[in-house]
Design a protein around this ligand. Structure first.
Ligand code: FES
Length: 66
């Protein structure tokens, strides 16, 4: 996925924004708390919520590669 691929259209959050947010969150236990953290930092998924599954997929993907 391209870094500037827009994952959340409502809040204009890109794939790169999410990856960076996850990097900031060095200490998260599971996908759900990571999601909360990413939401706080980037505000993704705080609009229509339509990107929720996409954001979750990206988070689990990044976490698995750690
Ligand atoms: S596309 Fe992310 S909240 Fe609407």
């Amino acid at each position: 996925m391209e870094r500037d691929y827009t994952v959340c259209n409502c809040m204009q959050v890109s794939y790169g924004n999410i990856v960076d947010a996850l990097r900031e969150l060095s200490d998260f236990g599971d996908v759900l708390s990571a999601f909360e953290g990413v939401k706080e930092i980037t505000h993704c998924s705080t609009g229509c919520g339509g990107c929720h599954d996409k954001v979750m997929d990206i988070i689990s993907d990044v976490m698995m590669r750690r």
